[in-house]
Design a protein around this ligand. Sequence first.
Ligand code: GLC
Ligand code: MG
Length: 423
Amino acid sequence: MMDRLSGPPRLMIVSDLDFTMVDHEDPENLSLLRFNSLWEAYYRQFSLLVYSTGRSPTIYKQLRKEKPLLTPDITIMSVGTEIAYGESMVPDSDWEQCLNLNWDKDIVTQETAKFPQLIPQSDTEQRPHKVSFFLEKPNSSEVIKALSECLEKRKLDVKIIYSNGTALDVLPKGAGKGQALAYLLRKFKANGRIPLNSLVCGDSGNDAELFTIPEVYGVMVSNAQEELLQWHAENAKNNPNIIHSSERCASGIIQAIGKFSLGPNVSPRDIKDFGKCRVNVFSPGYEVVNFYLFYERWRRAEVEKSDQIFQNLKSSFYPLGTFVHPCGTEQPMKKCTDMMERLYGDKQGKQYQIWLDRVSTSQIGSDSWLVKFDKWESTGEERYCCLTTVLLTTKEDGRIIKTGDGSLAQVLEEKGYTAISAA
Ligand code: GLC
Ligand code: MG
């Protein structure tokens, strides 16, 4: 996982998912898509994205099918009791070993059974190091207190966490989102790869621990739960590195990046007029993200259809380039641009969205880059992914390097077509 980066990550974002990265009240996923294009344009190459969720692997995977979530470098699941690396999610078995210390799930099951107020959650959410219940808010503190006394009597070191005013998790004492992050930071330190900056993001009780880790910045999103805000008021009020954003969910994360000056904080999605935009740093990731944003707006008829815009776009494609379709057929570039011209507005009024994931760039010459990424397109429920490769070159006068206003050069090949329809 860390081999992807040649040095320490510039920024590590550790974010909760439900109501932090993902806004379940935003059916168009606008704030998540704003974050996605910011991350892929500027951060993917040198930074680390870590999700830290209460969800088990089963329902984490469900969420990934339902929402346009980027592929993280590390996934921490089941309230910090399971850590997995990379796209293939290789589990960290050392961490699971650590958690066996003074843990006995049977004792937890026996003691919790004595409390009729504790309603067991579904089987998928019961994990080797996590036993989970629903518990109603009134009297919840009394129940938690009594339960912790029972478990103490049985000489078990546990951690009891109450979240969202509904969920109660019992974990080994050394587990939890904060402990899992501390473990990762120790691992990075041992390899000389401590991130230059880290930002933790959360909204509910099980996220509180994330904000206790030394030397990390933190954002409680505007929609944070009462239990987290109360924890903050009692324990971390004077820490200037923790903010309560005024924006919801992923937009609150972007706000924190700006507030703590952690890097670029203008999402390419917020730029309405690409022609006027000037970026100081040439970033191949930015160029491809921007191109597909233009393409999305073109098909939604949200950009003007003028000959000039189209001629500009055409001139940025390599005239002799070849487009290789996923099915293997080849097309001259001109045919593709003609096709694009015809597609103007065909998605007008539809929920048509494009986002890129896993943008990876390699410089192959003094002025050329190969950029590979997953290009996702969705119209309502249906979504498609194409593994796409683009060869990007700067124009001879070096205009792109100076101003970043050039767009994509040549689309060489597209392969690996898969269709996924969200559940
Ligand atoms: C997620 C998990 C659930 C847990 C809750 C709070 O919703 O699915 O098991 O209780 O987070 O941590
Ligand atoms: Mg949450």
